[in-house]
Design a protein around this ligand. Structure first.
Ligand code: ADP
Ligand code: ZN
Length: 722
C-alpha cells in the first residue's frame, strides 16, 4: 500500500511535504470534509492530487478557469498521472472521448467547470462511478463577500448532497474571515476541519520606491533580471502601450496585454510569455488570472494599485516556484490622485469602499514599518518577526556597511582603463572576465583589470557602480549611460582612502532592483552556464510536445541540476521535482547535457545531502564553518549565501569561538590588505589584550586598522593558536 510520502517522491519527485500539506492529506484520507486556505504557490494542488492517487475511485476538481484546467491536466500528464478535463473549450468529439476515459476508470482526476458539473449528463455519469473526492478550487467564488463571486459555485452545495459518499475539499488562496465562514457554512465544513496557513510569501522581496523617473527606474531594475520572466502592471491601456514600446525600443523582449487588444493577440502574447518566448509582459490588471507560470521572477507596479487586495494578488504571481523573486512598487502621490479622480465619479456605496481601499494602499506605500508585517496585518495575520529581512524597510534598518575600498578601486580603474567610453554593464563584463564579442572587439581582455573582479557577482558590481555614481566618484552621461571617473574619483584612486558601502542589501534611496535572497528559500549557488544549457534543452523538449517549459521541469529542478551536476539515474532522481515518469521521459536528455558539460569543464558530481526543510538561520555559522573546513573559499561562501565577506567572517568567528577548529588561515590572510608588519603588530596586540573584544585592539593600534581588517586577523590568530 503506497503512502503519501511514497507518492510524493515517486510521482512528484519531492522529498518532504510542507507541514500543512501533510495534515490536510491525513484529514482527507480520514474522509473528513476540509477547507484549505493557503497562499498562491504554497502547494494546494498537491493536497488533493495525492489523495486522488490513493483513493480507488474518481476525484473531481471544480475550477472556474478553463486555462488553469488545461494547465493542471498537462502538468499531471507530464507526471504520468491520468487526468482529463471537461469544459466548453472542447469539441463534441473530445468531450465524448474524455467522458469515456472517466467512465472506464482510465482517468483518476476529472477537472470541470462548475456549470459543467451541474449538467444532467455529468451527474448521471458520476452516479455510475465510484466518486471519492470532490475538490473545489478557488472556493472563495462561493461567497458573495468574495471579490469573485460566481452563482454556479453556490449550487455546488446541491451536488454534495447528491454524492454524500465523496469527501469534499474547498481550496482557496484568498479568503477574509467572512468569506471563510461563508464557505464553511455553505459546504457544511466544521471549524475543526479548516486548515489555514500563513499568508507570508517569504521568497518575495517586497520593495516600494518613490516614483521619480519611472522608465529609468524600471530600466535600472531590469539590469538585474537579464532573461528572467516578469510582469509590469500599469494603470491604463495607454500607459501599457507606451511602456511596452519604450522597453522594446531599448531591446527588451516585451509584449503588451490589455482589454483593448484583439482576443487572438492577447492570447498570443500571454502564450508567448508562458512559453518563455517573451521575457516581459506589460499589462493592466486584467493579466494574470488564468496563468500559472511558476518562474515569474519579478513584478513591477509601474503605477499604484487601487487596493491592497489587488496589489497582494498581483505580487503573488511572482515566485510560485518558491525561488527568490522581487516585487517593486513605484509610488507617487499623484498616482493616488489620479485614482481618486475616478473614484469620485462613482456612486455610493462603492465610492466610500473604493476610497477606503485606496487610503489603505497609500498608507501602506508611505509606511516605514516592515512591508510584510503591514500586508499580513491587513489580512488579519500577525507577523511575529520584527525584521523580515526581505523588504525595503527591513533592509534599510539593517544596512550592513562593508569596506568596499577594493571593489571601488577596481571599478574606477577599470572605467579609466577602458577609456571612459562604456556603460556599467560592459565594465562589469571586463571585471568578471567575460568572453563576449564586445570585450574582444575592443581588446578589453588584454586590460590589466580583465577578470580581476570575479569575487563579486554581476548584480553586486552593478550595485557598486550605482554607489560610485551616487557619491560623485563616477559621472554617468545620461543618453548612453557612459561612465567616466570624476576628479573626486581620481582622488579616491590615488589616496586609497577607505570607503564604506553596501555589497548586498541596498539602501532605500539607491536600491533599485538589488536582490536579496530570503533566508528560507535558500538554494545552493548554481552554475549559470549549465543552467542556460538546461533551459535550452527544456525549451526544445517543451516546443516539441507543444507545452510550456515549466510543464517539463520547474526552474528549481534545473537549478538543482546545475548545482549538483548529477550524472547517474540515482543522482538525477534526487533532484527536487524529478519523479519516476519524468525521469523516464526526459532523464537521458538532461543527463547528456550535464555529462558533456562536466566533461568539458572538469566538474564532478556533488552529492546532494537531504536539506533540512528550513535552513535554521541561527545555526548557519555551523554550516558555513563546516563548508569552509571542507575547502570552500570565502568568496565562494559569499556567493553561496549571497552575503558579504563580513557576514562570512562573523560566522567563522562564531564557529571558532564555539570551539570548532578551522583549517589553515591561508585563505583568510589573503583577504587582508595590510602588510606583514602591520599584521604582526595586530597579532601582538591580540596576545596582549586577548581576542574576545576588538575595540581595545582597535584603540591600541590608534584606530589605524579598521574593524574589517581586525576581524580577518582575529580569525587568522585564532586558527593559528589552535
Ligand atoms: P498553489 O495551488 O497553492 O498556488 P501549486 O499547487 O501550484 O500551488 O504549487 C506551487 C509549486 O510548488 C508547484 O510547482 C508544486 O509542484 C510545488 N510544490 C508543491 N508542494 C511541494 C513540496 N512538498 N515540495 C516541493 N515542491 C512542492
Ligand atoms: Zn520587512
Amino acid at each position: 500500500m503506497s503512502t503519501p510520502e511514497f507518492i510524493l517522491k515517486s510521482t512528484f519527485g519531492y522529498d518532504t511535504f510542507n507541514s500543512l500539506q501533510r495534515e490536510v492529506i491525513a484529514n482527507v484520507q480520514a474522509r473528513r470534509d476540509t477547507l484549505v486556505v493557503m497562499p498562491t504557490g504554497s502547494g494546494k494542488s498537491l493536497t488533493y492530487q495525492v489523495p486522488a492517487l490513493m483513493f480507488d475511485g474518481l476525484t473531481v476538481v471544480v475550477s472556474p478557469l478553463i486555462a488553469l484546467m488545461k494547465d493542471q491536466v498537462e502538468q499531471l500528464s507530464a507526471l504520468g498521472v491520468p487526468a482529463v478535463f471537461l469544459n466548453s473549450s472542447l469539441s463534441p468529439d473530445e468531450y465524448q472521448r474524455n467522458m469515456d476515459l472517466v467512465k472506464s476508470g482510465q482517468s483518476k482526476l476529472l477537472y470541470v467547470a462548475p456549470e459543467t458539473l451541474l449538467t444532467p449528463r455529468l451527474i448521471s455519469l458520476l452516479s455510475l462511478l465510484k466518486f471519492d473526492l470532490l475538490a473545489i478550487d478557488e472556493a472563495h467564488c462561493i461567497s458573495e463577500w468574495g471579490h469573485d463571486f460566481r452563482p454556479e459555485y453556490r449550487k455546488l452545495a446541491d451536488i454534495r448532497k447528491k454524492f454524500p459518499s465523496a469527501v469534499c475539499m474547498a481550496l482557496t488562496a484568498t479568503a477574509t474571515p467572512r468569506v471563510r465562514e461563508d464557505i464553511k457554512s455553505t459546504l457544511k465544513i466544521s471549524h475543526a476541519n479548516e486548515f489555514l496557513s500563513s499568508f507570508n510569501r517569504d521568497n518575495l522581496f517586497i520593495e516600494v520606491l518613490p516614483k521619480r523617473e519611472p522608465l529609468e527606474q524600471t530600466l535600472h531594475f531590469l539590469e538585474n533580471f537579464q532573461d528572467q520572466s516578469g510582469i509590469i502592471y500599469c494603470f491604463s491601456r495607454r500607459q501599457v502601450d507606451e511602456l511596452a514600446a519604450a522597453l522594446t525600443h531599448k531591446g527588451f523582449s516585451v509584449r503588451p496585454y490589455h482589454a483593448g487588444l484583439a482576443d487572438f493577440e492577447r492570447r498570443q502574447n500571454q502564450e508567448d510569455f508562458i512559453r518563455d518566448d517573451v521575457q516581459i509582459i506589460v499589462a493592466t490588471i486584467a493579466f494574470g488570472m488564468g496563468i500559472n507560470k511558476p518562474n515569474v521572477r519579478f513584478v513591477i507596479h509601474f503605477d499604484l494599485p487601487k487596493s491592497i487586495e489587488n496589489y497582494y494578488q498581483e505580487i503573488g504571481r511572482a515566485g510560485r516556484d518558491g525561488l527568490p523573486s522581487h516585487c517593486l512598487l513605484l509610488y507617487s502621490y499623484s498616482d493616488a490622485n489620479k485614482i481618486k479622480y475616478f473614484i469620485e465619479q462613482k456612486e455610493e456605496p462603492e465610492r466610500s469602499a473604493s476610497r477606503q481601499h485606496l487610503e489603505a494602499m497609500t498608507r501602506y506605500a508611505e509606511g516605514s514599518v516592515c512591508r510584510r508585517k503591514s500586508l499580513l496585518s491587513y489580512f488579519g495575520e500577525t507577523f511575529a518577526n520584527e525584521n523580515c529581512g526581505a523588504c525595503d524597510n527591513c533592509g534599510a534598518d539593517e544596512v550592513d556597511l562593508a569596506d568596499i575600498t577594493v571593489p571601488a578601486q577596481k571599478f574606477l580603474s577599470c572605467v579609466k582603463r577602458s577609456g571612459e567610453r562604456f556603460g556599467a554593464a560592459h565594465v562589469v563584463d571586463i571585471l568578471l572576465g567575460s568572453k563576449n564579442e564586445k570585450v574582444e572587439k575592443y581588446k578589453h581582455h588584454e586590460l590589466s583589470t580583465y577578470g580581476i573582479g570575479r569575487e563579486l557577482s554581476r548584480s553586486q558590481w552593478m550595485h557598486i557602480s550605482r554607489q560610485l555614481v551616487e557619491r560623485g566618484l563616477l559621472d554617468q552621461e545620461p543618453a548612453y549611460r557612459v561612465l567616466s571617473v570624476t576628479a573626486k574619483g581620481l582622488d579616491m584612486l590615488r589616496s586609497r582612502e577607505q570607503m564604506r558601502g553596501q555589497i548586498n542589501v541596498a539602501q532605500k534611496s539607491e536600491r533599485v532592483g538589488a536582490r536579496v535572497k530570503s533566508t528560507s528559500s535558500e538554494e545552493p549557488e548554481y552554475d549559470k552556464s549549465l543552467f542556460a544549457l538546461l533551459r535550452n534543452k527544456r525549451k526544445e523538449l517543451a516546443d516539441a510536445s507543444n507545452v510550456p517549459p515549466y510543464i517539463i521541469f520547474s526552474d528549481k529542478t534545473l537549478a538543482q541540476m546545475a548545482a549538483y551536476f548529477p550524472q547517474t539515474k540515482e543522482g538525477l532522481l534526487n533532484m527536487s521535482g524529478m519523479g519516476r515518469v519524468k525521469y523516464e521521459r526526459y532523464g537521458v536528455d538532461f543527463l547528456t547535457v550535464i555529462k558533456s558539460y562536466c566533461r568539458e569543464n572538469r566538474i564532478e558530481e556533488k552529492y546532494k545531502t537531504p536539506r533540512r526543510e528550513k535552513d535554521d538561520a541561527g545555526r548557519r555559522y555551523m554550516a558555513v564553518g563546516d563548508a569552509y573546513n571542507a575547502g570552500e573559499s570565502v568568496p565562494n561562501l559569499m556567493k553561496q549565501y549571497d552575503v558579504t565577506a563580513d557576514t562570512i567572517l562573523n560566522h567563522l568567528a562564531r564557529y571558532v569561538m564555539g570551539g570548532n577548529p578551522l583549517r589553515s588561515a591561508e585563505d583568510l590572510i589573503a583577504l587582508s590588505n595590510l602588510n606583514s608588519d602591520q599584521q604582526m603588530a595586530v597579532f601582538k596586540a591580540f596576545d596582549l589584550l586577548g581576542s574576545d573584544m576588538l575595540k581595545p585592539v582597535h584603540e591600541k593600534m590608534r584606530g589605524t586598522i579598521n574593524y574589517d581588517e581586525l576581524k580577518i586577523l582575529r580569525l587568522c590568530y585564532l586558527c593559528e593558536k589552535r
